[in-house]
Ligand binder design. Structure first.
Ligand code: SF4
Ligand code: SF4
Length: 676
């Protein structure tokens, strides 16, 4: 049956008409099979252009439409909506991009016009083969999963919860607040970090719309915007949060002492512990690796002693697997339950915010910095704990020998801005290095500080003032180098010898009792696993990639999943919190209770008769949208999950997987016409 195709050609101001002969295109298109009429307009995407198309459709009654204009990425949806309003199925439509693909890239006008003719011919032939597709809608779940309970995750959770959304906040640690909760002060106002965070943490812990799942990790997520299902592993903590009062009687009695990784191994903790004083929720957890009664691996204390030859194998065997119950005996509230087990819980949500924070580049791989071999060389996170009142020295600036250093060297850009390591700037090191100078000056004004930097990166409205405020301090010496990576650090008797070449090319040699490195911020360790679970992309630096650097800075490649804070890239607390609000705002506008969500109509389908049950598509589908019907012995597409990516269609050896709106017939017809 013949079609009646209407063709509309846009000049896009002069973007298209300047380099294409529109009159020639009109004459050419009018002569194509099935074309009933051809119209032109100066700007089809304008309000006037859109009403021009819809009035015309009502008058001319085409059964299919071709629009010759710009990229479908920008306006395919616009024109589909126009067609829908004018009473034509929006999929009986094809768009030809003669702006980006022709006018802007083909210099010669006649060559460009010929190229455009080929594209129009292909679109006209293709659209005649289109089938109408019907819109599908489903209910949308307004609840949200937030992954990570640092400042960004907490901000997103609270914003959503206050707007009435149920929020499931998943945190892999036993406490909330992220790394910031372990800092003493934050730049540039030198506010007390815990005073700043505690009201938020408290509000969050008591908010009726927030379910906090600590010691938990997301293991699987299926679904799409409005209808995700998350499977979350809740690890056994062995202490009942409802019964525990946080009195600490249990860990006082625990006989095992190990290094405290939450203090970067600068202090000790017990096998039942809260990671640091003031951690919230104030509920201890049992570390089964080191606890005597969960003796699979035995206490590392005893294991280490055995490995060092300090105890015999018999003694080690005797100590491990002990039926210790000292913590349970000490607890007056019956809060300790050794029978607790890991469990998998499922939560249904409509959207996800990923706020998993950052880790630090390991400076021990750069031997020039002496980290790991020279005892008084610390990373910035370790130094944060030394400066913290809840840390290993109670906030006193002390070295391992409990003496105050006479001098401290702070080195910026360790592993950052370096082609061989991390090429990017970590954005916050200059500012926290200044914070250290301020804090050292406040606590120990006689201590000499060397600040070795390459450039100052202090954007933001209060930060230049923060830098200016240290000018003229008699004990603060700035050394401007080309790149601090070229520094050499060596242990020299009781002090540390440093040398580098300054910007003037002069060798600078000095000594310090303590060295603080400012390593690059890197993606959190679990970013790669989470990216596989959520199917969201990461950039070459490993951080999650935003939808568009400027226009969609908190979106991801998966609709309904947003990123906030350092999960997206290095940034300060202000920017992290701003991103979290933006992510929450996006979800609030997308997941409106009672509103329906439109599903993709361009999906795959599998011809049951032709399917050979090879299961190749099941393994390849990136959206986990294909399952095996065991009774019928065929692969079946779940069209709710299918995104129409076409992977299965390309991979299916029997040709039984097909994509609606991208059939072999349609694609071949288009190619044939372009190549004619
Ligand atoms: S003794 Fe009991 S109530 Fe006190 S902190 Fe330990 S588990 Fe909680
Ligand atoms: S087109 Fe195929 S591979 Fe792609 S999402 Fe749909 S079922 Fe999965």
């Amino acid at each position: 049956m013949r079609s009646r195709i209407g063709v509309y050609i846009c000049s896009c101001g002069t973007n298209i008409s300047e380099n294409l002969d529109i009159d020639q295109l009109v004459r050419f298109s009018s002569g194509l099979e099935n074309v009933a009429y051809v119209k032109t307009h100066a700007l089809l995407c304008s309000e006037d252009g859109k009403s021009h198309i819809s009035d015309d459709i009502i008058k001319e009654k085409p059964d299919r439409v071709v629009i010759v204009a710009c990229t479908p990425k920008e306006h395919e949806k616009t024109f589909r909506n126009v067609l829908q309003k004018a009473g034509i199925n929006p999929y009986l439509f094809q768009m030809v991009n003669v702006r980006e693909q022709v006018a802007w890239v083909t210099a010669d006008k006649q060559t460009a016009t010929e190229k455009a003719k080929a594209y129009i011919r292909a679109a006209v032939r293709r659209v005649a083969l289109h089938e109408p597709l019907e819109k599908r809608e489903i209910d949308c779940n307004p609840d949200v999963l937030v992954i990570g309970a640092g400042p960004a995750g907490m901000e997103a959770a609270l914003t959503l919860a206050k707007a009435g959304r149920k929020v499931f906040l998943v945190e892999k640690n036993s406490f909330i607040g992220g790394r910031v909760a372990r800092y003493e002060e934050v730049f540039p106002k030198l506010e007390c970090a815990s005073c700043m965070l505690e009201p938020k943490m408290d509000e969050m812990l008591h908010h009726e719309n927030i379910e906090l799942l600590t010691n938990s990790e997301v293991r699987e997520v299926l679904g799409f915007l409005g209808n995700f299902v998350a499977r979350i592993q809740k690890k056994a903590g062995f202490v009942d949060r409802e019964k525990c009062l946080g009195c600490g009687a249990c860990y006082e009695q625990c006989p095992v002492t190990v290094r405290n990784e939450f203090d970067y191994n600068l202090s000790d903790r017990k096998a039942i512990y809260v990671p640091y004083t003031g951690a919230l929720p104030n509920v201890p957890v049992i570390d089964t690796k080191n606890c005597l009664r969960f003796g699979d691996s035995g206490s590392s204390t005893y294991r280490e002693a055995y490995e060092l030859g300090l105890i015999t194998l018999e003694e080690y065997e005797m100590f491990r697997n002990q039926d210790c119950s000292k913590c349970r005996d000490a607890c007056s509230f019956d809060a300790i339950n050794y029978e607790d087990t890991d469990e998998i819980v499922e939560r249904n949500i409509g959207g996800i915010v990923v706020a998993t924070g950052f880790d630090l580049f390991d400076p021990s791989v750069l031997s020039q910095f002496g980290y790991g071999s020279i005892p008084e060389v610390y990373t910035s996170l370790e130094f944060e704990r030394i400066l913290a009142q809840t840390g290993p020295t109670g906030g006193k600036l002390l070295m391992a020998n409990q003496k105050e250093p006479r001098s401290v060297a702070i080195i910026h850009c360790v592993g950052s801005r370096d082609r061989n390591n991390k090429e990017y700037c970590s954005a916050v090191c200059c500012l926290y290095a200044l914070k250290y100078a301020h804090m050292i000056e406040k606590h120990a004004p006689e201590v000499k500080v060397y600040d070795i930097y390459a450039d100052w990166c202090v954007p933001g409205k209060d930060n230049q003032e923060f830098l200016d405020s240290v000018a003229g301090w008699k004990n603060l010496h700035f050394i401007h180098t080309k790149l601090p990576m070229n520094i050499a650090i060596q242990q020299a008797d009781s002090t540390i010898a440093l040398s580098c070449v300054d910007l003037a090319g002069k060798k600078q040699e000095f000594s310090a009792d303590m060295v603080v490195l400012c390593p690059a911020m890197i993606p959190a360790k679990d970013a790669s696993a989470l990216s596989d679970i959520l199917l969201i992309s990461r950039g070459k630096d490993g951080f999650f990639t935003e939808g568009h650097t400027k226009l969609a800075p908190v979106s991801t490649n998966i609709e309904g999943i947003f990123i906030a804070g350092c999960a997206q890239g290095p940034k300060d607390i202000q920017s992290s919190v701003a991103q979290a609000s933006a992510a929450a705002g996006q979800l609030l506008s997308l997941l409106v209770p009672g509103r329906k969500l439109e599903l993709d109509v361009i999906t795959a389908e599998i011809d049951e008769k032709a399917c050979a049950e090879c299961r190749i598509c099941i393994g390849l589908c990136p959206y986990k949208a294909i399952v095996l019907d065991r009774e019928k012995k065929v692969a079946v597409v779940n069209t709710v999950l299918c995104k129409g990516c076409g992977t299965c269609v390309a991979a299916c050896p029997s040709g039984s997987a097909k994509s609606r709106h991208f059939t072999t017939q349609q694609i071949f017809a288009e190619i044939e016409e372009v190549l004619k």
